[in-house]
Design a binder for this molecule. Structure first.
Ligand code: SAM
Length: 296
């Protein structure tokens, strides 16, 4: 709890200190790049899970989809580089913040090459090839900061993915993201999203109950805890379902994790605020959501 409070205090202070945001960003990058092989392994497993969901639920190979848009791509382009290995030829990466650098993409490709089977075609550029030239050769373009609406034509993508992003924006922004994904996908195009639903501060403070953030009213959460660095919306799966149902998609897979007896016991360690009483405990204690939807 103390580490959580200290982290929130630092995040709320940082914007007020001259040079604070740049310092915070540097520390965050250091943490990511300290153990890039592990970071890449986790994200590569996500890419492989998406490929498997497309194959087993959608009946389509990811390599047969030529135009992929990744919204909220973050620092490490593991998903697009893995999809490139599967044969996806044109990929657009967008983010509200310009986080990915050319050298980061090269470092990710090198990590993927280290983990690849012997004899696999290397992804990383040969010595001397500039990172932007190499990304262009792989059919990968990066647009950040990229607000909505995006400057791409209607129905110009086969696949839109949005990974570990929707736990942050307010519901109105999520609604706009789903509508934009629907506009950009061709009829029959695929939309994949995944969201972690637990309180992300428990990654920094292992003593913190995993659903600690649900103990606060909306007013208290906004007034004392929420901040631009980890702006958690605390939406539960039922609310995500309502938001997605408002866009023209058929949901083919709605897979949740958590919500079992251990998660409910964890939820009770930090009893939820009355504002959440209308949601069953099993829903409140869900930890992850992955969805495959298809544009009507
Ligand atoms: C936890 S990172 C996930 C990055 C990447 N998708 C991954 O799985 O590694 C969250 C990302 O979402 C981006 N983000 C936050 N709000 C967003 C929004 N409204 N639209 C698009 N991206 C957003 C952040 O800038 C950040 O890059």
């Amino acid at each position: 709890m103390m580490r959580f409070m200290a982290k929130v205090a630092i995040q709320r202070l940082i914007g007020a200190i001259p040079g604070g945001p740049a310092l915070y960003e540097r520390a965050r990058r250091r943490r990511i790049f300290d153990d890039i092989d592990s970071e890449v392994a986790v994200k590569r497993a996500v890419a492989e899970r998406y490929a498997s969901v497309l194959r087993t639920v959608g009946g389509v190979e990811v390599g047969a989809l030529s135009n992929h848009l990744e919204m909220g791509s973050g620092w490490l382009p593991v998903l697009p580089l893995t999809f490139r290995r599967y044969g996806v030829t044109r990929q657009v990466l967008t983010d509200v913040a310009p986080l990915m650098r050319g050298e980061d993409a090269v470092a990710v490709a090198a990590a993927l090459d280290r983990a690849a089977p012997v004899g696999a075609q290397p992804l990383a550029p040969p010595p001397g090839e500039a990172a932007d030239r190499w990304l262009e050769r792989l059919g990968i373009r990066y647009h950040a900061p990229q607000p909505l609406p995006m400057p791409f034509p209607d129905a110009s993508f086969d696949l839109v993915t949005i990974t570990q992003v929707l736990q942050y924006p307010a519901p109105d922004v999520i609604r706009a993201i789903h509508q934009e994904a629907a506009r950009l996908l061709r009829p029959g195009g695929w939309y994949i999203l995944s969201v972690e639903l637990a309180d992300l501060y428990h990654h920094f403070d292992p003593a913190l109950p995993r659903f600690n953030f649900l103990r606060y009213s909306e007013a208290t959460w906004r007034r004392w805890f929420n901040n631009p660095y980890t702006p958690l919306n605390r939406l539960r799966t039922t609310q995500h379902r309502e938001l997605l149902a408002a866009a023209p998609f058929d949901i083919l897979l709605w897979e949740t994790a958590g919500g079992g007896p251990d998660d409910i016991a964890e939820l009770r360690r930090a009893p939820p605020h009355a504002a959440f009483f209308h949601i069953p405990e099993a829903e409140l204690a869900r930890t992850n959501l992955i969805v495959l939807a298809r544009r009507r």
